[in-house]
Structure formats: C-alpha cells, structure tokens
Design a protein around this ligand. Structure first.
Ligand SMILES: *[C@@H]1O[C@H](CO)[C@@H](O)[C@H](O)[C@H]1NC(C)=O
Length: 166
C-alpha cells in the first residue's frame, strides 16, 4: 500500500519535472521539436512531396500555413532551410488562382508585397497558379502547375519569437 503511494507520488513528480523541462525548453527555443525559429515564426520543411493544395492542407492540420515570405531576409532563411535539408524545390503559400497575375498569400488572399521572381517569371505557362522556388532558378520564385509534387514549408506564429528588424 505504502509503496504504491510512493510509486504514484514519484510518478507524478517525474511527470511534473518532465513537464517543467519541456515548458522551459519551449520558452528557451520557442518552436516545437522539428520546427525552426526565425524572427516571430516557426518553420517546418517537409521532405515528402505533395501537390500545392495537399501541402496547404498538411500545414493547416499542424496549426500552420504554407509559408508567406515577406522579406528578403525571410527569403534567405527559407532558402537556407531548403539547402541545409537537401530540398531542391519547395512550395510557398502564394497563388494567383483568383485573378490571373494578381499574386496573394493564401488562404487570406493578402496581396504579395515583397517578391523575388526569377527573370521572365511568373509566365503562367499552361496555366500555372501556384508559387514555388527551387534550385533550377537559383531559389528565385516561379509559378508552377499546382498539381506538381514538391516538398513544402509550413509557417506558424512563434509567440516567444524575438522580432528581427527589416
Ligand atoms: C519580423 O516580424 C515582424 C512581425 O511579424 C515583421 O513586421 C518584420 O518585417 C519581420 N522581419 C523580418 C526580417 O522578416
């Protein structure tokens, strides 16, 4: 009887201690395991390949969205994430599905301000409405057929993130 209570108490304390450690790690690093911090967001590069729409759904399932790249430094950060993990290409959360030539961040439909398209892109070749970047265009942006399969980058807010100027 006594040993059962001791065991339960010890188990409870261990749970508390482990809980505290995980909580402190979360404060220290901000992003959950498998996610990388930059500025006020957390990012996850998926190495499995999906269509643009499935990529968007997978991000949403994980409480995130397909990445919105809003600055040159965020562009560089996401490119480095791809290079580090050996991803030659990646979907981003932009599309011009609603109005041809008007690029917005989905799903909000917020007009894209910063952009980094490759020369001659976007060209809407055979009706390309989804945004990606890849090694073949030196990680400049390109419009692509939404059904093509690529790795993708999810982004979510990092509540503990330290803002980076720019
Ligand atoms: C960092 O995040 C803030 C708030 O989201 C944003 O205004 C700023 O442009 C971001 N800086 C960079 C370098 O992306």
């Amino acid at each position: 009887m006594n040993s059962l209570i001791v065991t339960q108490t010890t188990g409870f304390s261990m749970t508390l201690i482990i809980g505290c450690i995980l909580f402190l790690l979360d404060i220290a690093f901000g992003c959950p395991p498998g996610w990388t911090t930059f500025n006020t967001s957390c990012y996850h590069l998926s190495l499995e390949e999906e269509s643009w729409m499935d990529s968007m759904k997978m991000c949403e399932i994980h409480g995130a969205y397909l990445v919105h790249v809003n600055s040159a430094s965020e562009d560089t950060f996401t490119t480095n994430l791809m290079v580090t993990n050996g991803a030659g290409h990646a979907w981003m959360g932009g599309s011009d599905w609603t109005v041809e030539g008007m690029w917005v961040w989905e799903p909000e439909g917020e007009l894209i301000q910063y952009s980094n398209f490759a020369g001659g892109e976007p060209n809407n070749k055979d009706g390309q409405n989804c945004l990606k970047k890849g090694i073949s265009q030196h990680y400049h942006w390109n419009d692509q057929d939404c059904d093509r399969l690529y790795p993708y980058i999810c982004e979510t807010t990092n509540k503990d993130g330290n803002p980076v100027a720019g």
